[in-house]
Design a protein around this ligand. Structure first.
Ligand SMILES: [Zn+2]
Length: 362
């Protein structure tokens, strides 16, 4: 993968050399005047489905029950064909990446339809292993365009840690996607420590992306998507901090979907509570002081929200993302519309930040 990317970069260098005048170089023409090179663009948040895994999970998924169902509480609804084809047809994916100006995607299983946590852990592991191998095969077929994240059966933290290690060490994936809670258990709970310990030990990237919310209120008006996902992310972030996971494993590389959900935009109440009741939580400082411990994608839709997020966390912790094929159709333009983030910082958000965190050579 790295080799192919480097090859592409070398070619463009050669083109630049040919374009330069090779005779009568005057002082004027010798001055640098070429436009800044286009930054390498990596889309951190892009989904794939594996038909065999989907067949196992879909009927139980929150998406089928609460989003695609023709009526709330009705029979599970089908995954729209235009979504299914974009998450299975690799040629179409590459064509659309080109149209979006995306050089590379970080593909992850679409956990909103493919979550296996409902199943017996051994059965889930078997299905996850198959799915992870398919992700690795896709990456292997297009190593200059794709890197991958797997998924794991979080209902058994030991099995999850074991499959995480296989994903990274045997399948050459960068980490895994996990949901914000596991059958009602918060992801910071003690029983998940073996998973977090393994993630830190092997330097895996963990992408926190809700598989939905079981709250029946979220079934109205597609609120599972609009309110439920960012609320779930807020619960996940709170759990990791208040349960002490982030202090216990300071080397964790965690990326939150959807700009981190509601919390980066509303930490004042947490900070006030911390100051009003000193010594009553495991936090070692204001809640907001922990925000830089995470990374965040840019699926926020309003550019002023990206500007605001960049005031709360280091801009080096922001990564371009589209949530392909569901959300942002013009992710590069979205980042470019930020008003208070410098061009140089925008360039880093487009790809370099993700490359650094995931260890991608660009
Ligand atoms: Zn997503």
């Amino acid at each position: 993968m790295a080799k192919s990317v480097k090859k592409t970069r070398k070619k463009s260098t050669r083109r630049a050399t040919r374009a330069a005048p090779n005779k009568k170089i005057t002082r004027a023409t010798a001055r640098p005047r070429a436009p800044a090179p286009k930054p390498f663009v990596i889309d951190f948040h892009a989904h794939i489905v594996v038909p065999e895994v989907l067949a196992f999970t879909y009927g139980n998924s929150m998406f089928a029950q609460a989003v695609a169902a023709p009526q709330q509480g009705g029979a599970p609804g089908a995954l729209p064909e235009e979504m299914r084809v974009r998450m299975t047809d690799m040629a179409l994916r590459l064509k659309e990446m080109d149209a979006m100006g995306v050089d590379m995607q970080v593909i992850s299983p679409s956990i909103l339809q493919q979550c296996t946590y409902f199943a017996d852990a051994d059965a889930a592991l078997k299905v996850e292993r198959l799915g992870n191998e398919r992700v690795a095969e896709a990456v292997g077929q297009h190593p200059d365009r794709l890197v991958g994240l797997g998924s794991v059966p979080m209902q058994d933290a030991a099995l999850a840690a074991q499959e995480l290690e296989r994903c990274v060490r045997d399948l050459d994936l960068k980490g895994v996607i996990i949901s914000s809670n596991v059958n009602g258990a918060e992801i910071g709970e003690e029983k998940f420590r073996p998973f977090w310990a393994k993630a830190e030990e092997i330097g895996a990237t963990i992408f926190i992306h809700p598989a939905g919310s079981p709250d029946p209120r979220m079934r109205r008006h597609r609120q599972l998507i609009t309110l439920g996902q960012p609320l779930e992310e807020a619960f996940a972030m709170s759990s990791l901090l208040y349960e002490g996971v982030i202090d216990a494993f300071p080397g964790l590389k965690i990326v939150f979907a959807h700009g981190g959900g509601f919390l980066p935009f509303y930490t004042g109440r947490h900070d006030n509570d911390f100051r009003a009741r000193p010594g009553t939580t495991r936090l070692k400082g204001d809640f907001s002081s922990y925000l830089p411990r995470f990374h965040y994608d840019t699926v926020l839709f309003n550019p002023d929200m990206l500007d605001f997020l960049a005031t709360k966390v280091p801009v080096s912790h922001l990564m371009l993302a589209s949530d392909y094929p569901f959300a942002e159709k013009r992710p590069v333009e979205y980042v470019r519309r930020a008003k208070t983030i410098s061009r140089q910082d925008q360039d880093a958000i487009l790809g370099a930040n993700c490359a650094r965190v995931l260890g991608i050579s660009i």
